[in-house]
Design a protein around this ligand. Sequence first.
Ligand SMILES: [Zn+2]
Length: 227
Amino acid sequence: MIVEKPKREPGGRPRARVPSNALVRGRNAGLLTRTGQGVLLAAGLLVASCLAAMARPWSKTADAEPILPLEARGDVTLPVPDEEPAPARAEPNQPAPAVAVPSPPPPAPAPPASVAPPAPAVTTRTIRMRVTAYCPCRVCCGRHSDGKTASGKSILTNGSHFVAADTRLLAFGTRVSVPGYYAGAPVPVLDRGARIKGRRLDVFFRSHQRAKRWGTRWLNVTVYEAR
Ligand SMILES: [Zn+2]
């Protein structure tokens, strides 16, 4: 096979020579062969470069980049805080199970869990109210002295510690804390009265004497409202 080496003139251009037919065929064959070799070579190079590209970036990015961005890119403030909290959480989480094993006892009891939810859901507000007192006698309740409150609950509810209110302002069941009544403990609104309108409150006593002793007081009443 005649493989003509590309002889170049001093100018760099291939020598312009008129080839014979055989030479043309041979040259064409040689070109074909060289083209085939070139394709193979190109493919080989491509594979090699791909392999190199696969091998290099992986090892480089895996080893160098995660470390460099954190330490070297100190000027990039946003990515660093984002990446740092993640490990910070991950690390406490790993030791956490060891610590959490003794901690389950607090959440384990059901009663505390059921009591806990209402606590954060309740908000309080304070209302300045005119607070009077009453008892279940006929003088205080007239025809309503039947042992039952307007809410339907017995006057014995909550140890007979409850209040009457304007239910347009404080609905039945609303808990209020009245200074000086039941030691300021929250008591429910169970009753209402014809004269208990607006910012009026009637605290309940079992005896008429104690109700009279209470008199009339202007107090800051705390209202507990569930949401
Ligand atoms: Zn009375």
